[in-house]
Design a protein around this ligand. Structure first.
Ligand code: IPM
Ligand code: MG
Length: 358
């Protein structure tokens, strides 16, 4: 059956990296029998400019129709002053929520070829392979009440609510236990149970699940300690599960351990295996349009799509091997370059991956 893939390029470097990812998909279709149909839709600032809405109805409808979404990046200074519902970020948050993409998988893998690009000593990060499972459609990002108003005394007051019910914790917990089981069997749940009631519930539900997964070793860590441990001794982690806000913060920290956020893919999954695949890096407006953005994060996101939604682990491995081989050959975009390597443009890097796949 032909799989429908919706490409949402968005803003900043989004369009230029999506172009390379599409070349990779085209190569897989023409040379390796991948049966896909591509469509494209507006999102983020591009959609605000064209239609006054960061997630127009037509884009949401197309995303619902699709089997998988390939997402570039959104946001930029042009839209930062807009009211919250008219900001690019709101489009992405609505898309996650409307599609029920509750399980966000963010791997942080260090390519041996890039060990010296990390801000940490090579021996601390060599062999790093962490999977952060972030809850993506609940918690303080979506909890009600939230708002900003002026109190009777004339002072402005703003508030958000960190809220989870046990069913939401249970489903992300199961996704994380399954992920850990398929890896090394170690799962660390990160919370702030020493202070927050919502974290105490989180911890109770995770402990309850442990009985169903006797083969997975569950540990708990407070989020402040987890932030410290990630930069002190990151290799102690295998699979990490945490809520929306903590996961947002910890996944950026974990990303930087690998040398470049420009290398990291992500998957946001619903309960049925549909996913939105996007690079972890954002729209990087400062380098947009210059042809220097690293397309490997989105190309590796295509690999995740092949594995998790399209059932083509064989092709996922081909794409990942091509990325490894490009690095072996010394190909580097600006973010991962060093004195010994020559700079490749976004297009040259994409082209190299395509050549290897053909
Ligand atoms: C991320 C981003 C988003 C988030 C923003 C763009 C809304 O930082 O995917 O991590 O906070 O989730
Ligand atoms: Mg983030």
């Amino acid at each position: 059956m032909t799989a429908k893939i919706l490409v949402m390029p968005g803003d900043g470097v989004g369009p230029e990296i999506c172009r390379e990812a599409v070349r990779v998909l085209d190569a897989l279709a023409s040379d390796h029998g991948l049966d896909i149909e591509l469509d494209e839709a507006l999102v983020g600032g591009a959609a605000i400019d064209a239609e006054g809405d960061p997630l127009p109805e037509a884009s949401l409808a197309a995303a619902r129709e699709a089997d998988a979404v390939l997402f570039g990046a959104i946001g930029g200074p042009a839209w930062d002053e807009q009211p919250r519902d008219k900001r690019p970020e709101s489009g992405l948050l609505r898309l996650r929520s409307e599609l029920g993409l509750f399980a966000n998988l963010r791997p942080a893998i260090l390519y041996p070829q890039l060990a010296h690009v990390s801000a940490l000593k090579p021996e601390i990060v060599a062999g790093l392979d962490i999977m952060i499972v972030r809850e993506l459609t609940g918690g303080i990002y979506f909890g009600k009440p939230s708002g900003l108003h002026t109190t009777a005394s004339g002072r402005r007051e703003a508030y958000n609510t960190m809220r989870y019910d046990e069913a939401e914790i249970d489903r992300i917990g199961r996704a994380a236990f399954d992920t850990a089981r398929a890896r090394s069997g170690r799962l660390c749940s990160v919370d702030k149970a020493n202070v927050l009631d919502v974290s105490q519930l989180w911890r109770d539900v995770m402990n309850g699940l442990a009985g169903d997964y006797p083969d997975v070793e569950l540990t708990h860590m407070y989020v402040d300690n987890a932030a410290m441990q990630l930069v002190r001794a990151p290799k102690q982690f295998d699979t990490v599960v945490t809520g929306n806000l903590f996961g947002d913060i910890l996944s950026d920290a974990a990303a930087m351990l690998t040398g470049s956020i420009g290398m990291l893919p992500s998957a946001s999954m619903d309960a049925a295996g549909k996913g939105l695949y996007e690079p972890v890096h954002g729209s990087a407006p400062d380098i947009a349009g210059q042809g220097v953005a690293n397309p490997l994060a989105i190309i590796l996101s295509v690999a995740m799509m092949l594995r998790y939604t399209l059932g083509r682990a064989d092709l996922a491995a081909k794409v990942e091997n091509a990325v490894g081989y490009a690095l072996d050959r010394g190909l580097r975009t600006r973010d991962i370059m060093d004195d010994e390597t020559q700079m490749a443009s976004t297009q040259e890097m994409g082209g190299a991956i395509v050549d290897m796949l053909r």
